[in-house]
Design a protein. Structure first.
Ligand SMILES: Cc1ncc(COP(=O)(O)O)c(C=O)c1O
Length: 457
């Protein structure tokens, strides 16, 4: 019998499925995984990764997928970008680890300076390096506590900030993330996020103040209600906010929401933390999403796309806030030299072309999705910035009843047709592809979505 040649993922431009999904090799890996790996992971369909190139991903059976998830908005430069791989290899040949908390190495301050200038606001900042988004958030909260000597926090429902106990306390995304872990470790009050598609107060941008200088009701409630009842401002360390909400449903707030938060915080010497873990690193067409809104936070938490897939996170704070003394905060692996090299290569690529591509391809995808929405009433809303795009499905355009099961079936149907997408919020599909995506890939995704919606969910 002729040996079958598997398709080459490095040259593939469209999905290419050779077996029923999952194939036999994938099934064996999944069975082993189920036996030994934590059951807390939320895999919603059985894709197994073997090899990737750009926006294409291949499973062990040789099937090729178009990846519109990029490892949850992490592989900013695509799978195995040659310049990132080269930077990793070159650094790995020099040294893998020495511990930034104890010794110096040359490219750590280079990345710190880069992040200080790329994040919004004055460049006079300090950077603490961590290993993940949750740790970057922990660092941001600790900076706020330390600088203000206050302990209360204000966050938003729908927000996701990570799973460590401090980050989990500010998270208010899904009950499953909290259930079984007792009381929250930190003193956090959550208020509804600015979701204009589903305004929690039943208002519209025309009636809530979003278009007036006073700002929207959902931001003012912090000063007018919360600070007068449960969180006295002189006990409030920080307000923590995602400039575009990620896990909560790729929700884009009006600019005045973020600006009003900033004004309130300034009036009461409260630190504003922007969690840009998902929205940062060029994904939205700007290096940090805050820039779309004229929003200048005091502290930024950044991770995910920062090193195209190597684990690294950073807390970037105004220098006058990060004044803690040696020993106050550190991490053995934080700012690992190989991850730092990958990060510098990633930033070079983002600045030279990929951020601009994210803006262009984001607009192209969004236009295509809006055209699809004209023919498919189940699409209730298409929103986003750059390549951070949410497609919210509804049962009825008037009542906006969330189409939860239909969304789940949409996700499965994408997988069965060779597209990797993941869900967020109650009934939203998110698109967060690598920033190397091109028009042909976008056309392939749009025509597959059209096919799925035409066939019916
Ligand atoms: C906005 C935001 N913050 C924090 C985190 C936590 O990041 P990590 O999973 O790297 O700890 C995430 C992860 O999805 C996120 O989206």
């Amino acid at each position: 019998m002729e040996p079958t040649t598997l398709p080459d993922v490095t040259t593939a431009r469209t999905p290419d499925l050779r077996t029923p999904l999952p194939g036999p090799l994938a099934q064996a890996i999944i069975a082993r995984d189920h036996q030994f790996v934590s059951p807390s992971y939320t895999r919603s369909y059985p894709f197994v990764m073997q090899r990737g190139s750009g926006v294409m991903a291949q499973d062990p059976d040789g099937n090729i997928f178009l990846d519109l998830a990029a490892g949850v908005a992490v592989c900013a430069t695509g799978h195995a970008h040659p310049e990132v791989v080269r930077a990793i290899q070159e650094q790995a040949e020099q040294f893998l680890h020495i511990c930034a908390a104890d010794f110096y190495y040359p490219h750590l301050p280079i990345l710190a300076e880069k992040l200080a200038t790329l994040t919004p606001g004055i460049p006079d900042k300090r950077v603490h390096f961590a290993n993940s988004g949750a740790e970057a958030v922990e660092g941001a909260i600790k900076v706020a506590f330390h600088a203000t000597r206050r302990q209360k926090l204000i966050g938003f429902t729908g927000s996701f900030h990570g799973r460590t106990l401090g980050a989990l306390s500010v998270t208010a995304s899904k009950a499953a993330q909290r259930k079984g872990f007792g009381r929250q470790a930190l003193d956090v009050t959550h208020v509804p996020y600015a979701n204009c598609f589903r305004c929690p107060y039943g208002k519209t941008p025309e009636t809530c103040g979003a278009l007036e200088s006073k700002g929207p009701h959902c931001a003012r409630v912090i000063e007018e209600v919360v600070m007068k009842t449960t969180v006295p401002p002189d006990e409030c360390a920080a307000i923590i906010v995602e400039p575009i909400q990620g896990e909560g449903g790729y929700v884009v707030p009006p600019a005045s929401f973020l600006q009003t938060l900033q004004d309130i915080a300034q009036r009461h010497d409260v630190v504003v933390i922007a969690d840009e873990v998902q929205s940062g690193m060029g994904r939205t067409g700007k290096m940090y999403a805050a820039e779309h809104f004229g929003f200048v936070p005091d502290v930024v938490a950044t991770a995910k796309g920062l090193a195209s897939g190597l684990p690294i996170g950073a807390t970037v704070a105004r220098a006058d806030l990060m004044t803690w003394k040696p020993g106050a905060h550190a991490s053995t692996f934080g700012g690992n030299p190989v991850a730092v090299a990958a990060s510098l290569a990633t930033i070079r690529l983002l600045e030279s072309s990929l951020m601009a591509n994210a803006e262009r391809m984001g607009q192209y995808l969004m236009d295509g999705l809006r055209a699809l929405a004209e023919r498919h009433p189940i699409i209730g809303d298409v929103r986003g910035k750059g390549l951070m795009i949410g497609i919210e499905l509804v049962r009825d355009r008037v009542t906006r009843e969330p189409a939860v099961h239909e969304r789940d079936r949409f996700e499965q149907a994408c997988y069965q047709r060779g597209l990797l997408v993941i869900a967020c919020g109650a009934s939203t599909i998110r698109l967060s592809p690598a920033l190397v995506i091109d028009r042909d890939h976008c056309d392939c995704a749009l025509s597959t979505f059209d096919e799925i919606l035409t066939a019916g969910l």
